[in-house]
Write a new protein. Structure first.
Length: 260
């Protein structure tokens, strides 16, 4: 999380930038955040860092229990990749109860980094507690689950792809190296992370833009956000942050699966 968060911050900045205030390039985005302060790269880190253990406990726990149930009831064979996809999707759905509010706070804080030092933002939260209290006061519980629909259709299939890809790669890499090798876990885990993220990148863009718009001034919902984003920036808007996603996903997920 600590290593990958600066890349995630750049990804969110790219995804949520307005058409009238767009970065000229990836380099310009990085330099803009750096010019604010190096601490800006870690804006919004604390709550995801503190909650990550709980989220992954639910995520991997539900995956294991679901896989055991599916196998035990003879839905598919023991090593079926179909089972792994279904179980992974169930794990992705279960963790949303915790993950969505945390993601809302994180995205809001990351999206509020000014593009220039002179830029004045109408609303700027100093930290996660301030953001949490204000969103809860203004929008209620619904505000903390802003973008839950987009996150639902993002996380369920991507989680299935995530576990399916890991097991598939692990099986085929074992031809060259032992299946239980740490190298296999690192390579399969990192690659699975990249594949799962890139498979749902357009949905992630819509989710980020929805969650950054806490006061519902720009978008009324998922389709409204998708249509407006396309009208303003074309099809390319849905692939913003792809480089950052890949750079972050490989080391983070390699470590996650190795530890798991």
């Amino acid at each position: 999380m600590v290593v990958g968060h600066p890349l995630d911050t750049i990804k969110v900045q790219l995804q949520t930038q307005a058409a009238h205030n767009r970065y000229e390039s990836l380099k310009a985005c990085v330099e803009s955040v750096k010019n604010q302060s190096l601490v800006s790269f870690y804006r919004g880190l604390s709550w995801p860092l503190l909650s990550y253990g709980a989220i992954n406990s639910v995520y991997f726990g539900v995956y294991e229990k679901s896989l055991t149930w599916l196998t035990g009831h003879g839905i598919c064979s023991k090593n079926s990749h179909v089972n792994m996809f279904i179980a992974g999707s169930m794990g992705g759905a279960a963790q949303l109860v915790i993950a969505c509010p945390i993601d809302v706070i994180k995205v809001v804080l990351q999206s509020q980094i000014p593009h220039t030092k002179d830029e004045k933002l109408k609303k700027y939260y100093k930290g996660p507690v301030t953001a949490f209290r204000d969103i809860l006061r203004v929008r209620g519980i619904a505000g903390l689950y802003r973008g839950i629909g987009a996150q639902l259709i993002r996380d369920i299939p991507s989680s299935g792809v995530y576990f399916f890809s890991f097991e598939y790669l692990r099986t085929h890499l074992s031809v060259f190296v032992s299946r239980d090798s740490k190298l296999v876990s690192l390579l399969a885990g990192g690659t699975a992370g990249v594949i799962s993220w890139l498979s749902i990148l357009p949905l992630d863009v819509v989710k980020s833009r929805l969650q950054a718009d806490t006061e519902r001034k720009l978008f009324t919902g998922f389709w409204n956000c998708a249509v407006k984003s396309y009208q303003e920036d074309g099809i390319r808007v849905f692939f913003r942050g792809g480089t950052m996603v890949s750079l972050r996903a490989f080391p983070v997920n390699a470590v996650i699966f190795l530890t798991y």
